[in-house]
Design a protein around this ligand. Structure first.
Ligand SMILES: Nc1ncnc2c1ncn2[C@@H]1O[C@H](COP(=O)(O)OP(=O)(O)OP(=O)(O)O)[C@@H](O)[C@H]1O
Length: 295
């Protein structure tokens, strides 16, 4: 669906993208992560054919970005999608359908698809941000796109709206659409995407499934230990390297030492009321890879 090979883009002396390669297959949801200025928007604009690139290859549905064939199958949802507040959802989507040469009567179907059936005849000015974002997605679904490019689609949405939004993306991916989305909300992409691509200073610094990135980063796990009543001081003495966090102790352990650390805590017997093993978060992994190039 989308193939990038050694994609390079310069803005004057600044290398916005340096030899970036990855692909998005049909039915796959890929998250593009990176700090401000990492090159995410530049990459999306190139894929959409909005700006030229300097070197490498870009194949969008087997065609050149921006070509008629690519444009026919690609949908884009910008971060801050704006609609005319006086139009109803149905009128707005109907208008876009007409522009694409399709029957405006399909508007209700599309709005139903994104959970806006009941609000279809209300003015968009009365919609919440989450509802407006869904109008944007309904618009993106016009013409049954095979590749969806979503620029921070859930920024500003509450947790329930985010969950609903991702459920919609799951359905689209299950139907075979390829999805590339950028996000700053790291914890949510963890459960909701198949693969992650991390850009840092225009370089691709990591790509893979979250579990493969976890293994590669080899970051320590944290043993979160709850002392039995009245045992906190004794427990802290027995684990001098542990850090007190609230009423608990946090003991950091290298991946390879995990079982030994568990055995050590288990050996403390009645001093311990409870134990949780906390794997490195996506934020930890993300920082690990984005800082590798000294960015
Ligand atoms: N038109 C332009 N002319 C010159 N430099 C640009 C231009 N557009 C972007 N840049 C620079 O290219 C780099 C990558 O920018 P880009 O907008 O792609 O990053 P981003 O990852 O999308 O960031 P954000 O998360 O802030 O949207 C930045 O250093 C930016 O300042």
């Amino acid at each position: 669906m989308l193939n990038l090979t050694s994609l390079t883009k310069q803005y004057g002396a600044l290398a916005a993208l340096s030899a970036v390669s990855f692909e998005v297959a049909p039915g796959e949801r890929v998250a593009l992560l990176g700090h401000n200025g990492a090159g995410k928007s530049t990459l999306m604009k190139i894929v959409l054919g909005l700006i030229p690139f300097d070197a490498g290859q870009v194949s969008v549905l087997g065609a050149a970005p921006g070509s008629a064939q690519a444009r026919a199958g690609v949908a884009y949802l910008p971060e801050n999608v704006a609609f005319h507040p006086a139009l109803t959802g149905e009128e707005q989507i109907g208008l876009f359908l007409s522009l694409r040469g399709e029957s405006p009567a399909r508007a209700r179907d599309l709005l139903g698809r994104v959970g806006l059936h009941d609000a279809a005849r209300r003015r968009i000015g009365t919609y919440s941000k989450g509802m407006r974002q869904r109008v944007g997605l309904a618009q993106a679904l016009i013409g049954r796109p095979r590749l969806l490019i979503l620029d921070e689609p859930t920024s500003g949405l509450d947790p329930v709206s985010r969950r609903d939004f991702y459920a919609l993306l799951d359905d689209l991916a299950a139907e075979g659409a390829a999805i590339l989305l950028s996000s700053h909300a790291l914890t949510e992409v963890e459960a909701r995407t198949d693969r992650i691509v991390i850009l840092s200073g225009g370089h691709l610094v990591a790509r893979g499934t979250l579990s493969s990135l976890r293994a590669k980063a080899d970051l320590p796990v944290t043993l979160q230990i709850t002392p039995a009543p009245g045992q906190e001081a004794r427990l802290a003495e027995a684990l001098p390297e542990a850090v007190r966090v609230g009423g608990q102790l946090h003991l950091s352990s290298a991946q390879g030492q995990k079982l030994a650390a568990l055995a050590r805590v288990a050996g403390l017997g009645a001093m311990v009321a409870d134990l949780d093993l906390i794997p490195p978060s996506l934020e930890d992994i993300y920082s690990h890879f984005s800082r590798r190039d000294g960015q």
